[in-house]
Design a protein around this ligand. Structure first.
Ligand code: FAD
Length: 424
């Protein structure tokens, strides 16, 4: 039976999606005094926010499409075992998105994107640490630094443009030789003889547990959770100036003054019900998680050649990465998991994978590596908070702060411009 819930005050907000982004948004809005409801058919944090690597990488300001992308990615695209794969049957679907992706790789555009990401990620680690303290799990966000590993200095030199870009945008990096790598992480294979250490980066010690802790805290603070899938959203005329947003679920109906779309990869479908289109594409990523890995590391390690993260977590060791196109319905590929395992063993000899659990999730990606954030022109009271791609844990915290401040009229709205839906 359909339940209709009426917003109780002019400051009511519905957040669609209880992933890391929606949860952080709900938390900031509640703190700012709004009546918040969050609607999701699934358990909070159980989709893309469940199985990520948990790295808080404020220094990752380089977009995925860098100048020269055609040359570096062309070989990978046709190799089924490369870190980036588009199955042949998906080429036609992916082509328009890939065209935009390549078009965003001009030097000038890359600088603009890096500046926007620098703004969005500023203080991400400190803000996540503050949130973790506030919700009673201070040890769940840690500053460990992040170590990127290369086979040799020649391999590192191929990424020089991306490291220079980060340095230009204020990111602290330290170049390491083989001894330096081993001094930081003795378990790393001697195949990797060069490294770049980013001391200011950090990590969440278990992404699903962190999301669960935020959900628990906001529930206690009075945020209402509704377990339902939204089918349609529309604006209804009402006595309040901007009208009222009507959120129609499979079993419920909600009304609120403001609406935030934070439904990850599924956000595009919801916006389509309003006639709005965004080029959101899933970059399917995988993890293998081992509770008893037999080796120990102290911080997120990135195997630069394999684009694989290896991250120590409170529940074990997680090996994650790879980018696979293929949309939402294609089943997960066992081969992708095997490749992760092989990369992990090469990076950390002695790694035990016998009881590894495998997972695949949908990174919500826009072709210019920027999420869609902020108010939607022509739709008063409608806000976007999706498309964080590879960096949703990192970007969630300032997304939430910006939106809460923006709703209260306490934010320089020009900072939303690079992220606006209007760019499409
Ligand atoms: C392998 C891998 C490794 C990663 N590593 C990192 C990392 O180290 N650091 C980092 O910063 N990021 C990382 N990411 C990216 C990060 O996980 C994502 O960007 C982030 O989880 C996206 O969060 P979200 O809240 O937007 O989406 P989600 O977590 O997917 O949440 C969206 C929610 O919306 C709900 N929803 C969907 N449709 C509806 C509907 N119709 N009605 C109501 N609710 C709906 C869903 O059920 C879901 O709960 C990684 C991703 C992957 C796949």
């Amino acid at each position: 039976m359909e339940k209709t819930r009426q917003a109780s005050s002019a400051s009511s907000v519905v957040v669609i999606g209880a992933g890391i982004v929606g949860l952080c948004v709900a938390h900031e809005l509640r703190k700012a005094g709004y009546q918040v409801s969050i609607i999701d058919p699934e358990e909070p944090g159980s989709q893309c926010s469940f199985g990520n690597a948990g790295a808080i990488s404020a220094g990752s300001v380089a977009p995925l499409a860098m100048p020269g992308i055609m040359k570096s990615a062309a070989g990978m695209l046709f190799d089924v075992d490369s870190p980036l794969h588009v199955p042949w049957h998906y080429w036609l679907r992916a082509a328009p998105w890939l065209r935009r992706f390549v078009a965003s790789a001009t030097p000038q555009r890359v600088e603009q994107i890096a500046s926007a990401l620098q703004d969005l990620f500023a203080g991400a680690l400190e803000h996540h640490q503050a949130l973790a303290r506030e919700i009673g799990c201070p040890k769940r966000v840690v500053q460990t630094g992040q170590l990127h590993l290369y086979r040799d200095t020649a391999a590192l030199a191929k990424d020089a443009g991306s490291w220079r870009l980060r340095e230009r945008h204020g990111v602290r990096i330290e170049q390491l030789d083989a001894r330096g790598v081993r001094a930081l992480e003795p378990a790393v294979s001697d195949v990797y003889r060069a490294g770049v250490f980013m001391p200011e980066q950090g990590a969440v010690t278990e992404p699903f547990l962190y999301a669960g802790a935020i959900a628990h805290a906001v529930r206690r603070q009075g945020v209402q959770f509704i377990r339902d899938s939204v089918r349609r959203v529309r604006r209804m005329p009402s006595s309040s100036p901007g009208g009222t947003w009507q959120v129609e679920g499979a079993q419920s109906s909600l009304q609120a003054e403001q609406l935030v779309i934070a439904a990850g990869i599924w956000s595009a479908d919801l916006l389509r019900t309003l006639g709005l289109r965004v080029p959101l594409e899933s970059q399917r990523g995988y993890h293998l998680h081992v509770t008893d890995p037999g080796v120990s590391i102290s911080r997120p390690l990135v195997l630069a050649d394999r684009k694989v993260f290896m991250v120590p977590m409170e529940t074990g060791l997680r090996i994650s990465g790879t980018v696979e196109f293929g949309g939402l319905s294609m089943p997960p590929s066992e081969r992708r998991s095997e490749l992760l395992g092989a990369a992990g063993r090469e990076g950390l000899p002695g790694l035990r994978l016998d009881a590894a659990s495998a997972w695949m999730g949908h990174r919500p990606c826009l072709p210019d590596s920027l999420p869609v954030l902020g108010p939607v022109p022509g739709h008063p009271g409608l806000w976007c908070a999706f498309g964080h791609g590879h960096l949703g844990v990192t970007g969630s915290i300032n997304t939430a702060r910006w939106i809460a401040q923006g709703m209260r009229g306490q934010f320089d709205m020009a900072r939303f411009a690079p992220f606006s839906i209007a760019r499409f």
